[in-house]
Design a binder for this molecule. Structure first.
Ligand code: THU
Length: 133
């Protein structure tokens, strides 16, 4: 799976975003080490705090299906009708990823035409994990 293909899947997942309150649509595509892909979109709620980000939807879909080894996640976001040049994952999603993914998880941010690769460790340095307990 090429990085640009994973970005395209994240972009496609945005179409299913339920974001009537923020009008900000996010899609994510999570790649397992075995090559399977789990996508997610943000799902908002009239009780705002119930909202779940696209990244966690993708991650929890995968974990609930028995997946535990991940190599990359692509994230694409932006206001309805637009694609932002860059949509950074929120702190809660970074922490959720840190529970299940290696420090060198590749995180692709941008849009399918232009994107940049980061690692989880770059985006969440000094993370709190089971090693700290
Ligand atoms: N959102 C995500 O889906 N992922 C992020 O990492 C950042 C924010 C969503 C949550 C909410 O539905 C909307 O974007 C605006 O915050």
């Amino acid at each position: 799976m090429k990085d640009c293909e994973l970005m395209a899947l994240a972009e496609a997942a945005r179409a299913r975003s339920h974001s009537p309150y923020s009008n900000f649509r996010v899609g994510a595509a999570l790649l397992t080490k075995s090559g399977k892909i789990y996508t997610g979109c943000n799902i908002e709620n009239a009780a705002f705090s119930v909202t779940v980000c696209a990244e966690r939807v993708a991650l929890f879909k995968a974990v609930s299906e028995g997946e535990s080894e991940f190599s990359a996640i692509a994230i694409v976001g932006g206001r309805t009708g637009e694609t932002a040049p860059f949509c950074s994952p929120c702190g809660v999603c970074r922490q959720a990823l840190a529970e299940f993914c290696p420090k060198d998880l590749k995180i692709l941010l941008g849009n399918p035409e232009k994107f940049q690769a980061y690692t989880l460790e770059e985006l969440l340095p000094y993370s709190f994990t089971e090693e700290n307990l």
